[in-house]
Design a protein around this ligand. Sequence first.
Ligand code: SF4
Ligand code: MG
Length: 330
Amino acid sequence: MTNVLDVTGLTTQFTKKGAAFTVVDELSLHVKKGEALGIVGESGCGKSVASLSIMQLLGANGKIRQGSVRLNGRDLLALPQKEMQRIRGKEMAMIFQEPMTSLNPVLTIGKQMSEVLEKHEGFNKQQARERVIELLTLVGIPRANEIFAEYPHRLSGGMRQRVMIAMAIACNPALLIADEPTTALDVTIQAQILDLITNIRKELGMAMIMITHDLGVVAETCDRVMVMYAGQVIEHADVRTLLRSPKHPYTIGLINSTPHKSKGARRLFSIAGSVPSPDEYPVGCRFAPRCDKAMPICSIQRPPLLELDQQSSCRCWLYEEKAEPSAVIL
Ligand code: SF4
Ligand code: MG
């Protein structure tokens, strides 16, 4: 099956006080139709910047320096802004953590959703209204007719996130990017929203990238997962393999610090220290200052992303001998 999204060697830098810092470092990923890829890591690892780079929604400070982003084979970085605007919303859409920041507070739900359909699909008012009500019903909003005329602030957080999902899927995009879509919600609502996203994704056959700091969310919603640390992918595997036999010491730390339903309220392990900021990346392995397995080479030489088998890779010197000599990905 062909890939919906192909990202190759994507490097994004931010400029601060005249100096450039690499926030996403040679990211490569591929997502097929109907497939869900998780990107996981602590905050400040570059996950959100990676997704904003793919969507080309970086602010004035951010610049893609290198690499390519292809959606259904088309090179997005070569497109004019106007064409990119058309693609956003229609062919690729994003759901953010806080729906209030993406919803327009002065427009009714119906009005802002209709605008999307009028702009991207050429619907007239009546057609748009019918489709909006259908979409609101699809995402489990009761009394869609009444919600159509409501303003966003009148809805609960969970309902607003349902509206955002409805808006994101309005034009049946090939790719959906969800950035911490449930982090701001109550636990019970979180589970409902994750179920909703999964059901809709499967029903519409969309490719999805789920960005989260929570491995539990990845376990529930994704097929494959990439772990990011300090701007780099440090491990990539299918979800089951990664959760059952994590390789990278950072991934192991993340798993040990994730609450497990069956283990109750045991005290959680947490990884000592914090993610370095892009202007302070260590020379060798960026995780070395926090790693309890660090060896002399780790603080001198940057480990490449080693291909362990066809489905998995890991950026750690501990696995150098296990990898194929020709399997250095970068
Ligand atoms: Fe730890 Fe070294 Fe592996 Fe980095 S390369 S994760 S410091 S063992
Ligand atoms: Mg983020």
